[in-house]
Design a protein around this ligand. Sequence first.
Ligand SMILES: [Zn+2]
Length: 382
Amino acid sequence: MGFGSGGGADLMRKFLDEAGGFAVIDGGLATELEAHGADLKDQLWSAKYLFTSPDLIKKVHLDYLEAGASILITASYQGTIQGFQSRGFSPAESEALLRRSVEIACEARDIFQGQYLKSGSGFSEGAINLKQRPVLVAASIGSYGAYLADGSEYSGNYGQEITVETLKDFHRRRLQVLSEAGADIIAFETIPNKLEAQTYVELLLECDTKIPAWFSFTSKDGINVVSGDSMAECVSLADSCNKVVAIGINCTAPRFIHSLILSIKKETLKPILVYPNSGGEGYDPVRKDWVLSGASDDDFVSYVSKWHEAGASLIGGCCRTTPNTIRAIAKALCKGFDAGKGEAEQPIEVEKNSVEDTLTLNSTSFHNSSSNTSACSRPLLV
Ligand SMILES: [Zn+2]
């Protein structure tokens, strides 16, 4: 399908319109893998499970779909061709592992949607009853600092010797492989500095990727990105690229998110996404684990309505969030939608047969069904 010039932001907006104005991103993959007994103290982090236990990754994806997520982020965040090769995989095998990360997420989506279409009802007790929503697969690309596995994605300090050209050489092939693996969108996550944002913008244009991308930055002060570079400049850079369809923040403490949404909104009209970590914790690159660094943050979910009102339309969770977090986010957003619906003069309606005409993201993301059993009365695909 075509990804027309200048139309990227419109495509995500149309997806959001079809989904009722908001969508829930999944939660922490590594956190949930650990909950199932995974040992992630490894240079490859969660990407290790692409070759040791792909079925466990698929189970976690399914957990998040049941919890109400509409966007699955693949297990490729810390999976790089260079990293896999350092573990003895050939270049071809390394690329196959990246493709596998997308396939696993697509398989989870197919299982989820197939079971719903077959049964017409929910799965397990407690599953969010939002089965008819479209589901997107976002192919994760972690920052160069994530590959280094030294915590530098949380400082943005790559040293003087690292340039845009260095980073392009590092990221180019992975972007090409993931953009042709069947995902709907590329998720550039945990971007710590302007240098890497510039790299991604240039690569998207040079590689002429056929799927759009989102840019997600990190902050540790609610003002700038973690390197100290201007958030406004980083967002403006992302906004200038017509292949970028959403811009936002991930792996940042919840208490900083509201002010960041307001500053992002000044620089772009594109949809804003936020998927914070659980807050109150810090990442120890030596232990390769999260450690408590003081009082836990306020209740994560209590912020959700405020973020949505401020302008974020894609909301989920990053490190230390779980399916329970995502379930609570979905419920909070649905509650807000239902509350606002009564004030609207005209209910939002979804035209039948409009999906293929208006969405140019992969058609496999969407399925057709004639019944609406959602607990949330927001419009769903019909
Ligand atoms: Zn995170």
